[in-house]
Design a protein around this ligand. Structure first.
Ligand SMILES: *[C@@H]1O[C@H](CO)[C@@H](O)[C@H](O)[C@H]1NC(C)=O
Ligand SMILES: *[C@@H]1O[C@H](CO)[C@@H](O)[C@H](O)[C@H]1NC(C)=O
Ligand SMILES: *[C@@H]1O[C@H](CO)[C@@H](O)[C@H](O)[C@H]1NC(C)=O
Ligand SMILES: *[C@@H]1O[C@H](CO)[C@@H](O)[C@H](O)[C@H]1NC(C)=O
Length: 186
């Protein structure tokens, strides 16, 4: 004969655990917006620029539904690539009617920098990540970090916010990638 108490006990305990987890999450995030995605918050917490990480990834429908770190990191790499393409277009447009030779040259450098970033992400970084070669993927992302600061160093003062977002996010991708369980790294 099974005692009903023993039968229900595991379910009761599970309920308590689930309840505690739920309460914990609610209190931990009570001060931030109610649109938060717990998995993104948790993953971004260990990155260097968690605020940028959270706001970019919670702002993108693809990352909002990611449920594992590998997917989240891959989506972050796609976003880095897209932001570089976007910045390249912004600088091309901004340079259209510029006649000042120094500004024209600096805008040209920035176009080249973001071309370098997007090229490295598309040609090597994202494919390497998909193949599980995280060491190479990480080294490709560093091009985007360097590109962003190189463009800022030209002093054009254009699109500072967008460039800083790319810089912060690329740095965060390094942090995210380093937590993805590795297959090929030793
Ligand atoms: C995560 O990645 C796997 C394999 O690439 C894919 O099948 C799955 O749909 C992805 N899930 C999400 C939520 O992105
Ligand atoms: C450059 O000049 C053209 C022609 O005057 C104009 O249509 C275009 O909007 C200008 N571009 C920018 C970025 O100001
Ligand atoms: C950034 O600038 C430095 C110094 O000019 C240069 O050596 C480096 O190749 C540049 N990096 C990228 C990714 O363009
Ligand atoms: C980048 O990170 C720094 C440090 O957290 C932060 O002050 C800055 O606002 C971030 N920039 C952007 C554009 O998110």
């Amino acid at each position: 004969m099974s005692n009903p108490t023993y039968f229900y006990l595991p379910f009761l305990m599970l309920l308590i655990v689930v309840h505690l987890l739920f309460i914990n999450q609610n209190t931990a995030t009570a001060t931030v917006n109610n649109d938060m995605v717990p998995f993104i918050r948790k993953s971004c917490a260990v990155t260097e620029y968690p605020d940028t990480c959270v706001s970019v990834l919670e702002g993108d429908p693809r990352s909002r539904i990611a449920t594992d770190l590998k997917n989240l990191t891959k989506i972050s790499m796609d976003i880095v690539y897209e932001e570089a393409i976007g910045l390249k277009s912004l600088f091309i447009k901004a340079g259209e009617n510029v006649t000042d030779p120094v500004l024209k040259m600096n805008i040209g450098s920035c176009i080249g920098e973001f071309e370098t970033c997007s090229f490295h992400m598309k040609t090597y970084g994202i494919p390497s990540f998909e193949n599980g070669d995280y060491a190479d993927a990480i080294s490709q992302v560093t091009y985007c970090i360097d590109c962003s600061s190189n463009c800022t160093d030209t002093g054009t003062k254009l699109f500072n916010e967008e460039i800083e977002t790319l810089f912060n996010l690329s740095t965060d991708v390094l942090g995210l990638s380093s937590m993805v369980p590795s297959r090929t790294n030793m």
